[in-house]
Design a protein around this ligand. Structure first.
Ligand SMILES: C[S@@+](CC[C@H](N)C(=O)[O-])C[C@H]1O[C@@H](n2cnc3c(N)ncnc32)[C@H](O)[C@@H]1O
Length: 372
């Protein structure tokens, strides 16, 4: 089970790791101290070296650094936990193993090609979700994020995806941009983003919102009005000087559950499920064309209920993506917390469910695919 806490509202720039206050230590001296631990001939010697190391990381201690290139940064609770683990080891071999692991973490960054998570310090990223059940208690309402566009993202969704599947300077494609949650998060995190949205007034709104937020990393945020079933994403990216995209986040209408407009091109106005899937397939085919090989596509969608039957729209949409050159990497189930309006109808839905023999929707899906 995963409880996702929103990032601190006062930090629109968002720390990329969230485990406590940062501790700046002199890298070379720390490595030397850890090497001494690893070379200890017996447990008492190792524990004496450890006590000396602990004394040197207190404020004003010999290992404290003012910051800068030569400093290594650890969240303090994390470092203390690692040191406590070394101390608690019952054998010399185990204590040396933990000390060696910490030494590796202090040596420098080791990141995967598709993100900036330092794998040598993976324990520091306790706010990056890796479980397949997302329970989001409170939506992030920081900065310009608003909950007033019915059907928009909880900002934590794009935040998690961007940090997990992109690096700064990468290009993200959002063909159903809506009220711009992904674009706002991308700008905050220094990722470039191209958004396409059918409704021109929304595009204006997104531009205004994005402009009202600080752009600390100089991200390029481009949003245009258009029909994503026939938009030339490559040409739009090229206009921005980009040859391809490194992540696609698709949050289409859940067929006709919410009618977003009267526009016949709107996927929420598709005459049937089959037509909806065909249109979604057209968008995916265009996305696959500009997405780099090995990079990710995220699809967020829920199921629907029609004529007394549960329609597994999520799984049908999942197949539509899989058929277009993608390997399925994960199915995440995310809770849906009702808006005030929906809450008023909660009792009615409960009654209907009891009468009709069904369950009320409380979840949606986040499908993760990797381009083959
Ligand atoms: C579920 S909303 C996306 C919400 C968005 N993730 C956010 O956080 O604001 C789906 C959006 O897709 C748009 N849309 C529907 N059909 C489209 C099409 N053919 N091309 C582009 N956008 C479309 C709708 O206008 C709607 O704003």
């Amino acid at each position: 089970m995963a409880i996702v806490e929103p990032p601190a509202p006062s930090a629109p720039d968002g720390p990329e790791s969230g485990a406590g206050a940062p501790l700046y230590l002199r890298r070379a001296a720390l490595l030397e101290a850890l090497a001494a631990l690893c070379a200890s001939p017996d447990l008492p010697t190792l524990r004496a070296e450890l006590a000396a190391l602990r004394a040197a990381i207190v404020p004003g201690g010999a290992l404290r650094a003012p910051g800068g290139e030569e400093a290594v940064v650890f969240p303090e609770p994390l470092l203390q936990a690692e040191l406590a683990q070394i101390d608690a080891a019952l054998s010399l071999e185990r204590a040396r193993y933990y000390a060696g692991r910490l030494r590796k973490a202090a040596q420098g960054e080791r990141t995967a090609a598709i993100n900036e998570i330092d794998l040598n310090r993976w324990k520091a990223y306790d706010d990056i979700v890796t479980d397949s059940l997302w329970l989001i208690e409170r939506r992030d309402g920081s900065g310009v994020h608003r909950a007033d566009y019915w059907g928009n993202f909880v900002p934590q969704i794009p935040n998690q995806l961007l940090r997990r599947y992109t690096r700064r300077g990468d290009w993200v494609l959002d063909p159903f941009a809506g009220a711009g949650t992904t674009l706002i998060e991308a700008q905050r995190l220094g990722r470039n983003v191209l958004g396409v949205e059918l409704q021109p007034p929304l595009v204006e709104r997104v531009r205004d919102l994005v402009a009202a937020e600080p752009n600390r990393h100089g991200a390029l945020v481009h949003v245009v009005a258009g029909d994503s079933t026939c938009t030339d994403f490559r040409a739009l990216l090229a206009e921005q000087g980009a040859a391809s995209a490194q992540l696609a986040i698709l949050h289409p209408p859940y067929h006709d559950i919410i009618r977003f407009s009267d526009d016949p091109r709107d996927l929420s106005n598709a005459a049937s499920i089959e037509r909806f899937l065909a249109l979604l397939g057209q968008v995916v085919s265009r996305v696959v064309d500009v997405l780099d090989r090995g990079r990710y596509l995220a699809l967020v969608i829920g199921d629907k209920y029609a004529r007394g039957e549960w329609v597994p729209l999520g799984f049908l949409a999942m197949q539509t993506v899989q058929e277009r050159g993608f390997a399925l990497k994960s199915i995440v189930v995310k809770d849906i917390n009702g808006t005030a309006g929906k809450r008023a109808q909660k009792e009615l839905w409960r009654y209907r469910a009891l009468v009709g023999g069904f369950y009320v929707f409380r979840h949606e899906y986040l499908f993760l695919f990797r381009k083959r």
